[in-house]
Write a protein that binds this ligand. Structure first.
Ligand SMILES: *Cc1c(COP(=O)(O)O)cnc(C)c1O
Length: 408
């Protein structure tokens, strides 16, 4: 498939070197598989629970079991897991609007939020934002020191686990545990929320296990295992979940309604597959990290570093290389492999973005995908891969094409 022998040989050599790192990924997968299986058995899931509800979706036992399973896995007492939550951004927005009242202060403790968060918060002027609703906002990065004043005044303190479009380290569960303790010492009443997008099943523990009050993510990333067709999850304390459910549907009705429209089986299969799929994505990311570093590019994380999300950042330093990288990933996809992708403005994002996503589920970034804002120093963010082999060969081909540019 267009990959030259020289690169195939390089791939084999690198793979041997990476064996110990792949083994530690396998070990985490094994533990997460057992955790997931245990959650399924603890709710006594039955074949009949997978049936369809429509309309109001009253008494949907399948939905209730899905939510109990997610609550157990992500370390909370209760959960909302619905196909009516469209994306990670929607899950975050819903959670914040559920928890915050006019006059409250929202604080991001891990620095600037993921780009689509700017619209939710009102950092970019968008109709319907929290700012318009009278919610105040502050941010600091706990790695540079905790802003005690903001923490004391905050109603909700957010940690974003995954780096987003920045070239920094994502927040490991050890680091998060310590940071949450600091926040809770300064303000025991603050609600600690974690944006868990891209982090699920990368470590043995999840944010709910290390003190987060509310954990939020998307089903078209890790937690959907590449199978869920849509959806998001919110896991946390019962009273918080109740408030958020009042915003999802209506006050007084809350979690009692919500048809699953036949997606119960799909969502459950997704979470069941997720530890396996995440482990494949991680191996692919480690492989890409190593070959691009060996070729002289700065990468984050490096192949031997501990990971807490599936995102692999590669700094190209040149716009033509970044675009070639994204285009090659696209050309190596099972869907839309012939699409000629270009950078474009995207709803919810400030910068122009180039996205490679030849995926079965639209926008699914647990499937092999890559996105990058078109700004210097031209960093590509690679993630996903249902098969490790998919990410492996796609990155080999991308490296080959980029080396051709650098020889010109
Ligand atoms: C992807 C992502 C989001 C937004 O999720 P969408 O499903 O794309 O809306 C939010 N936060 C982080 C850290 C993400 O990686």
């Amino acid at each position: 498939m267009m990959i030259e022998k020289e690169l195939l040989d390089l791939g084999r050599k690198v793979e041997l070197e990476l064996k110990p790192y792949f083994e530690s990924v396998d070990l985490i997968r094994e533990k997460n598989f057992l955790k997931v299986l245990d959650a399924f058995q603890s709710v006594k899931l039955h074949d009949s629970d997978l049936n369809y509800t429509s309309g109001y979706g009253y008494n949907d036992i399948g939905r209730e079991k899905v939510e109990s399973i997610f609550a157990k896995i992500f370390g909370g007492a209760d959960a909302i897991v619905r196909p009516q939550i469209i994306s990670g951004t929607h899950a975050i927005s819903l959670t914040l609007f559920g928890l915050l009242k006019p006059g409250d202060l929202l604080v991001y403790a891990s620095g600037a939020p993921y780009e689509t968060g700017e619209g939710i918060i009102g950092i970019r002027d968008v109709p319907g934002s929290l700012k318009e609703f009278g919610v105040h906002y502050g941010e600091f990065n706990f790695r540079d020191g905790f802003n005690e004043d903001l923490i004391r005044k905050a109603r909700v303190v957010v940690f974003q686990r995954s780096k987003g479009y920045t070239f920094t380290d994502s927040i490991s569960m050890d680091e998060l545990e310590k940071a949450i303790k600091v926040v809770k010492t300064i303000n025991p009443n603050a609600i600690v929320m974690v944006d868990n997008c891209y982090g699920e099943f990368v470590e043995e523990r999840e944010p709910g296990d290390v003190g987060a009050d509310i954990v939020v993510g998307s089903l078209i990333k890790n937690a959907g295992g590449g199978i869920a067709l849509t959806g998001g999850y919110i896991v946390g304390n019962k009273d918080l979940i109740q408030r958020i459910a009042a915003r999802l549907t209506a006050p007084g009705v809350g979690k009692e309604i919500g048809p699953m429209l036949g997606l119960t089986r799909n969502i459950l299969q997704g979470i069941f597959f997720a530890p396996l799929v995440v482990s494949n994505a991680l191996k692919g990311a480690i492989f890409a990290s190593k070959i691009f570093e060996d070729a002289g590019f700065e990468v984050k994380p490096r192949y031997f570093e501990q990971r807490t999300d599936i995102v692999q950042a590669i700094k190209f330093g040149r716009v033509d290389m970044l675009i070639k990288f994204a285009q090659t990933i696209q050309s190596f996809s099972p869907v839309d492999s012939d699409a000629e992708i270009e950078s474009a403005p995207l709803p919810g994002y400030g910068n122009k973005i180039i996205m490679a996503a030849g995926t079965f589920v639209q926008g699914s970034s647990i499937e092999l995908s890559c996105d990058a804002p078109i700004v210097p120093p031209y960093i590509g963010y690679l993630q996903g891969g249902i098969y490790y082999e998919h990410t492996k060969y796609a990155s080999l081909l991308a490296l080959q094409e980029i080396l051709k540019i650098s020889k010109k």
